[in-house]
Design a protein around this ligand. Structure first.
Ligand code: GDP
Ligand code: MG
Length: 439
């Protein structure tokens, strides 16, 4: 989606004045781009109609920079189609707030339950209870229990012999007794929507009276996700949508259609398998992500989540004073690896997605390990004071870490370059070759 839209807009940007024919051509490109990205046909029609009407309006044709105006309109309309504003969780006036998951098998319900519990604990020191309502696969209960252990969140389960409806009934009772502030109900999914599944979900809904029924859909299923969303909404009534697996290639197609077709707000997106890979859905950010303008805010939030604040402050100070040393370097490498694939992170930086060759940027975890090995072969004094690293010390480090001196030299050079770059950054200017920082 992104590439095609960018190409179309690039063409327009070069023009000073836009004619009706230009707008028509642009609309054709947009239409194709959206259809290619699995956006529902009705949604595409509606969307292009609105953009076209606005683009042909006097505000554009008579403005000084019509191309920019059109980009702005596309951005605004995309944002509108995606729901305009971020919508938070609906909360119950008295505890517990009950959140029920729904969706097909493998969509990411159980994972999302864990991620949400994690976020609630972090953000509001919540005390959630998770209910294991998927009794058809023993592994599903274990999966939830493992998450519960990791998060230190109780999981209510009664094995696989009791009906999910009964489990939910008793689980709700326990939550009330224990005064849990949230109840997260994990449910079963099928490979396809069927009566039995829907009936069961309806009964659970009846018993639990959830504040939220969140439909979890897999972004990779494209157009199919839209059909699924539509029938869940018709039969069960959903209050919100979670789109998972929006990591890797950013196909916003499903997101665009689901919101438009169901009217239910997209509340969260899953961007990876880890518990921290959960983002609040921001329509405007998604729109600029689709348009390739980069999504700096999400990037920053993501970094912050993984970052201990104090460490960040100290790092900022060190960057400014240029006293960043190899211990920090290691920490930073770990930090960066922990944030997920570098390729994805780079793509979120404005302008980066247009850089030639960005698709080929890959960070090799083995390379990171090699660098770490070299640092571990340094003495403490050397780590704190890189200027000590004379040729004989470098030879020792090479031998100690199983690398060649050339590699050690390269690593030290890279370290010094990134240190310089960070100093520049901390003074507020964006360095030229940020990608070099990662080798
Ligand atoms: P469920 O059957 O709906 O409960 O789905 P699960 O929670 O068991 O998830 C199915 C698979 O999708 C698991 O391998 C998860 O690790 C994976 N998964 C879930 N959410 C995401 C996501 O946001 N990104 C990626 N890459 N994988 C995910
Ligand atoms: Mg599950």
């Amino acid at each position: 989606l992104t590439q095609r839209l960018q190409a179309a807009m690039g063409k327009l940007r070069k023009k000073g004045k836009v004619t009706e024919a230009d707008v028509t051509e642009m609309m054709r490109e947009i239409r194709l781009a959206l259809l290619e990205a699995d956006v529902n046909l009705q949604v595409v029609k509606q969307f292009t109609k609105e953009v076209r009407t606005r683009a042909l309006g006097t505000e554009v044709l008579e403005s000084l920079s019509p191309a920019q105006q059109i980009v702005k309109i596309v951005d605004e309309e995309l944002t509108k189609t995606l729901g305009s504003e971020a919508v938070g969780l609906e909360k119950s006036p008295k505890i517990p707030t009950v959140i029920m998951m729904a969706g097909l098998q493998g969509a990411g319900k159980t994972t999302f339950a864990g991620k949400l519990a994690n976020q609630l604990i972090k953000n509001e020191k919540a005390r959630p209870l998770m209910i294991a309502g998927d009794v058809y696969r023993p592994a599903a209960i274990d999966q939830l229990k493992v998450l519960g252990q990791q998060l230190n969140v109780p999981v209510f389960d009664m094995g696989t012999d009791v009906s999910p409806v009964e489990i939910v009934r008793q689980g709700m009772e326990q939550a009330r007794e224990n005064k849990n502030d949230y109840v997260l109900i994990d449910t079963a999914g099928r490979l396809h929507i069927d009566e039995t599944l829907m009936d069961e979900l309806k009964q659970i809904k009846e018993i639990a009276q959830p504040n939220e029924i969140l439909l979890v859909v897999d972004a990779m299923t494209g157009q199919d996700a839209v059909n699924v969303a539509q029938s869940f909404n018709e039969q069960l009534g959903i209050t919100g949508v979670v789109i998972t697996k929006l990591d890797g290639d950013t196909r916003g197609g499903a997101a665009l259609s689901i919101r438009a077709v169901t009217g239910a707000p997209i509340k969260f997106i899953g961007s990876g398998e880890k518990l921290t890979d959960l983002e609040i859905f921001h329509p405007d950010r998604m729109s600029s992500r689709i348009l390739g303008m980069g999504d700096m805010l999400t990037l920053i939030e993501k970094a912050q989540q993984d970052y201990d604040e104090k460490k960040a402050e100290e790092l900022a100070r060190k960057m400014k004073e240029n006293s960043f040393d190899f211990n920090d370097f290691i920490e930073q490498l770990d930090q960066v690896m922990g944030m997920g694939p570098i390729e994805d992170i780079l793509k979120m930086i404005p302008g980066m997605s247009q850089m030639p060759g960005i698709e080929n940027v890959k960070v090799d975890p083995k390379d990171v390990e090699r660098k770490k090995a070299m640092v571990y072969s340094m003495t403490l004094a050397e780590r704190e004071n890189p200027d000590l690293l004379n040729p004989s010390r470098r030879r020792r480090i090479a031998a100690g870490s199983g690398n060649s001196v050339v590699e050690v030299n390269r690593m030290i050079k890279q370290f010094k370059e990134s240190r310089k770059m960070m100093q520049q950054m901390s003074k507020g200017s964006m360095p030229a070759g940020m990608d070099q920082m990662f080798g």
